[in-house]
Design a protein around this ligand. Structure first.
Ligand code: RB5
Length: 145
């Protein structure tokens, strides 16, 4: 699986933890930055992740900022992106099963690293329930039904 990840300065430390976990699973990881704790603008990073993902260059994306809010709002402006901001494992599971989320967003200032890793593990372990009502609803998100 090819995964593209990015964060602003508010998510910089959690991004490093996430990257290490993804690489330990054997995933190919592309880190678009930011590469320091210097202040930067989360919309720029959100687009660096969302645009190539929407073009099909990657399988999944991870975006992190202080709350996960700004970076997920921006990612969701890119057609074809379904970014789910998750602060618990139930939402992480449902965002895959029902929404076929292709980006996981998290807030470094909201959740601890232990929970973030459980969310990550759940999100990657859960498949979309294809072929039924959820597929129709996801198509409707994009105006395809
Ligand atoms: C940066 O201070 C902070 O606003 C950003 O990381 C994020 O929380 C925005 O939604």
């Amino acid at each position: 699986m090819n995964v593209i990840i990015g964060s602003d300065h508010g998510g910089f430390k959690l991004k490093a933890v996430v990257k290490e976990w993804l690489e330990a699973q054997g995933y190919q990881v592309t880190d678009v930055g930011t590469h320091s704790e210097e202040s930067c603008d989360y919309p720029d990073i959100a687009r660096l992740v969302a645009q190539p993902l929407a073009k099909g260059e990657y399988d999944r994306g991870i975006v992190i900022c202080g709350t996960g809010i700004g970076i997920s709002i921006t990612a969701n402006k890119v057609p074809g992106i379904r970014a789910a901001l998750c602060g618990d494992t139930f939402s992480a599971k449902m965002s895959r099963m029902h929404n076929n989320a292709n980006i996981l967003a998290m807030g470094e200032r909201v959740i601890g690293q232990g929970l973030a890793l459980e969310i990550l593990e759940t999100w990657f372990a859960t498949e979309f329930e294809a072929g039924g009502r959820h597929e129709t609803r996801v198509a409707k998100i994009e105006g395809r039904a």
